[in-house]
Design a binder for this molecule. Structure first.
Ligand SMILES: Nc1ncnc2c1ncn2[C@@H]1O[C@H](COP(=O)(O)OP(=O)(O)OP(=O)(O)O)[C@@H](O)[C@H]1O
Ligand SMILES: [Mg+2]
Length: 278
């Protein structure tokens, strides 16, 4: 058995793989990378009745993996870079090769993944962290579910300047309900609910649009969405609106928040670096 651990900027995910099949997943959050990694390992062992002696190796990835400099609990521990992990995990979840993946985590990265080559196309610092950070200051809320709840009751027309505010008809292929300027209206009467949907709209529109351009530049009409940001129901709706305008499909595989950890767990040896040999 192999355990893949993805120590992200916000959450740590671990998956257990046996004969290249995923048999367990866990998510956790801790203050530092070492506690996160060892905690995730402990949790996956307990929740899946795994005997520690069954574990052949640990493969760690994600921003926090740089902090791990020794084998964890005496188990051979290797590192793999995050981009390769996302690419491999994305292909596993999509069930095919030759795809473009947008990983929405704390930040956002866009990756092209093919059988023999995984390429980092680019990304943006606009991501899940932007939602949480702006919500803390603008709507004094830090609980993710609360932010979503507020957004579901918000009115975007109080925050965003829409095309209908500046024109009697649509512009080019955009109808009059499309955002012309995120936060460009911002009425004094806008409440927390309105600002919550304004934040989500801005974040997912930016992510959606850079994904569209990335897909078009790679001649595909499909994007696989991974990361915890793929689980956001309000964000999903915003991406689907973009999908209808630009004729680009967004795919939300189940377990997409584990894509990076899955990619690490399923990766081949030639991509691994022993933590003890750095
Ligand atoms: N319960 C939740 N459901 C959906 N999204 C959530 C939930 N809780 C937090 N998030 C969002 O997910 C983001 C973190 O996503 P994820 O765990 O994929 O990132 P990460 O892997 O830690 O970061 P990165 O990949 O950028 O290093 C948070 O910033 C927040 O916006
Ligand atoms: Mg991540």
């Amino acid at each position: 058995m192999v355990i893949g651990i993805d120590i992200g900027c916000t959450t740590t995910k671990a998956v257990a793989a046996e004969n290249s099949k995923i048999i367990g997943t866990v998510k956790t959050k801790a203050y530092d990378a070492i506690t996160s990694a060892s905690g995730a390992l402990g949790k996956i062992i307990m929740e899946n009745n795994i005997d520690i002696s069954q574990i052949k190796k640990l493969i760690i990835t994600g921003a926090g993996s740089v902090k791990i400099k020794r084998n964890i609990f005496g188990i051979e521990t290797y590192k793999i870079d995050e981009i390769s992990s996302i690419g491999l995990g994305g292909m596993y979840l999509a069930g095919r090769e030759g795809i473009v993946i947008t990983n929405i985590g704390t930040g956002t990265s866009i990756i092209e993944a093919d059988k023999d080559k995984i390429t980092h196309l680019g990304g943006t610092g606009i991501g899940g962290g932007t939602i949480v950070g702006l919500a803390k200051e603008l709507i004094k809320s830090t609980t993710f579910d609360h932010i979503l709840n507020l957004a579901e009751h918000g009115d975007i027309t109080n925050v965003d300047l829409l095309i209908e505010d500046i024109s009697d008809s649509g512009i080019s292929f955009l109808n009059n309900k499309t955002t012309a300027s995120n936060f460009g209206k911002m009425l004094d009467s806008a409440n927390r609910e309105d600002m919550a949907i304004g934040i989500l709209n801005m974040v997912y529109q930016v992510i959606g649009m850079i994904s569209v351009f990335a897909a078009k530049s790679r001649n595909t009409n499909n994007i696989v969405i991974t990361g915890n940001g793929s689980k956001n129901p309000v964000g999903k709706k915003i991406l689907e609106e973009i999908s209808a305008i630009y004729n680009i499909g967004f795919e939300f595989p189940s377990n997409a928040e584990y894509a990076t950890a899955i990619g690490a767990a399923l990766s081949k040896e030639d991509l691994h670096k022993s933590v003890e040999k750095e």
